[in-house]
Ligand binder design. Structure first.
Ligand SMILES: Cc1cc2nc3c(=O)[nH]c(=O)nc-3n(C[C@H](O)[C@H](O)[C@H](O)COP(=O)(O)OP(=O)(O)OC[C@H]3O[C@@H](n4cnc5c(N)ncnc54)[C@H](O)[C@@H]3O)c2cc1C
Length: 456
């Protein structure tokens, strides 16, 4: 008889925690998971999935506009309450699936906020449970800038639950969540301003991607302001909000119906009892882990956003699976964080894998760059003036493709396939030897000819 109630206790039933729990249980471990909110976590409840549903909704406007050139006519109106109600129904269905998956795997689910009493004891709703191994998978939460009136603004968490569709929206932040919500609200008919304090949106992405997307957003009518800081927010008597923003010179007041802070996320480690249990956190509050996701306390592991490595669902899932396999599957597995593909579900969307031109130029002595911009075939009849960007970054010495980037319709779907080639270390010659699928936008990835040296 074990001295512990469980072999593994997971705190957080999100992407990483649920996968770890299920895989560990599959290896015969006795597993429990605690969830303070709804099983499924950020991705399912207030992240990737509801966001993508709203992106689909927003894109219908352009589809309907373009349809006219293809002979269709339709009188379309949009209902925000219908969209939100349908989205909520789908999220509830997915939450149920997560509950069933845990139950079927034999994992005990405790609903409530958990914290560590010591490295082997967790407390939820005044009850204590012991486990040989602990897994912290508590994810992250949105950061709210410390400006007067910040409480009047919403974050992505609340954006999914607004009772009414705002007609004028200020988005503070130019990361992927900011540009995605900018596209959603714009597509649904709102007047959107994106205020970003940096020099270009999508910091960390390839510079051509950043500039191309900025141009496309501006062309669609989004007001993207760079070097722009928000200073304060006031609520007016009529319920509208007045934001004071500064772009270089004098402060300016912007009147809007909603302000969305998309100013980053922080690891959810507060109040978890981690430091008291000896778990080392970094300056951002993230759990410091080794390549096997093990913290400074040997029986406590951490996966997903709480470790602040690559904050994406498929990464959290793989890290969780790796921990479960290492602990109970008789095989040590480390997550490989190289060449993780990213998508931005902006309009147009972005797909990217591997190194940006700047990162490749820093890593390799000589780098070849191939780019093409073109008008997608569909836009010829509709006359839509949106252009697609396709780009490959190649290590000149080995001819290995070390980065692939795309902005344009279906970019996330296309980059998933290209990511296999980049991960496999294929060369430009092997890309060129691949026969195109015609007529597609993706075929540009195997027909790129114009070469230039990387900008340094
Ligand atoms: C708006 C938005 C859009 C996104 N879009 C994408 C996308 O398109 N693609 C993508 O790959 N990623 C996307 N992400 C990121 C993705 O959601 C996260 O990377 C992923 O959910 C991380 O999984 P996780 O297991 O680390 O944490 P989470 O999924 O956040 O799960 C953590 C869980 O722990 C629970 N919890 C926290 N503290 C406690 C406690 N003390 N006790 C019990 N339970 C606790 C929380 O309630 C939560 O359910 C998006 C995120 C946001 C916010």
């Amino acid at each position: 008889m074990s001295q512990f109630d469980y072999d593994l206790f997971v705190i957080g039933a999100g992407s990483g925690g649920v996968r770890a729990a299920r895989i560990a249980a599959g290896f015969g471990a006795r597993v429990a998971v605690a969830e303070a909110d709804r099983p499924g976590g950020t991705c399912v409840i207030r992240g990737c999935v509801p966001k993508k549903l709203l992106v689909y909704a927003a894109h219908f406007r352009e589809e309907l506009e373009d349809a006219a050139a293809y002979g269709w006519s339709a009188d379309a109106t949009f209902s925000w309450p219908t969209l939100i109600a349908n989205k909520d129904r789908e999220i509830a269905r997915l939450e149920d699936i997560y509950r069933t998956l845990l139950k079927t795997a034999g994992v005990s689910l405790y609903e409530g906020r958990a914290f560590l009493v010591d490295p082997h004891t967790v407390e939820i709703a005044a009850r204590r449970y012991t486990a040989r191994h602990m897994l912290v998978a508590t994810g992250g939460q949105p950061v709210r800038p410390d400006v007067p009136g910040a409480g009047f603004a919403i974050t992505s968490d609340e954006a999914f639950q607004l009772a009414e569709m705002p007609r004028r929206v200020l988005i503070v932040g130019g990361g992927y969540v900011g540009v995605e919500f900018g596209g959603i609200f714009h597509g649904l008919g709102a007047q959107v301003t994106i205020a970003y304090r940096g020099e270009q949106i999508l910091r960390g992405f390839d510079d051509d991607v950043r500039h191309h997307l900025h141009d496309e957003l501006a062309r669609k009518g989004l007001d993207v302001r760079l070097h722009c800081d928000s200073r304060s927010i006031e609520r007016r008597a009529d319920g509208s909000l007045a934001a004071t923003i500064v772009t270089g010179g004098a402060p300016q007041q912007l009147e809007v119906d909603a302000i969305l802070f998309a100013t980053g996320r922080q690891p959810a480690t507060a109040g978890l009892g981690l430091e008291a249990s000896g778990v080392q956190l970094d300056a951002h509050g993230a759990v410091v882990v080794d390549e096997y996701s093990r913290s400074s306390v040997p029986n406590i592991h951490a996966v997903g956003d709480v470790t602040n490595r690559v904050a994406l669902t498929p990464v959290a899932i793989r890290e969780g699976a790796a921990v479960a396999t290492t602990l109970f599957g008789g095989r040590r597995v480390a997550m490989d964080h190289r060449d993780v593909p990213h998508a931005v579900f902006s309009q147009p969307p972005v797909g990217t894998v591997g190194l940006s031109e700047a990162a490749a130029a820093a890593a390799y002595e000589s780098v070849d760059v191939y780019t093409a911009t073109f008008r997608p075939l569909k836009n010829t009849l509709s006359g839509r003036n949106e252009r697609t960007l396709v780009k490959l970054v190649v290590d000149a010495a080995t001819q290995r493709v070390v980065g692939a980037h795309m902005v344009g319709p279906d970019a996330p779907e296309i980059i998933q396939g290209i990511a296999i080639a980049v991960k496999a270390g294929l060369t430009k010659e092997q890309f060129d030897a691949t026969v195109a699928v015609h007529p597609t936008a993706a075929e540009e990835f195997v027909t790129l000819r114009d070469k230039r040296a990387a900008r340094r």
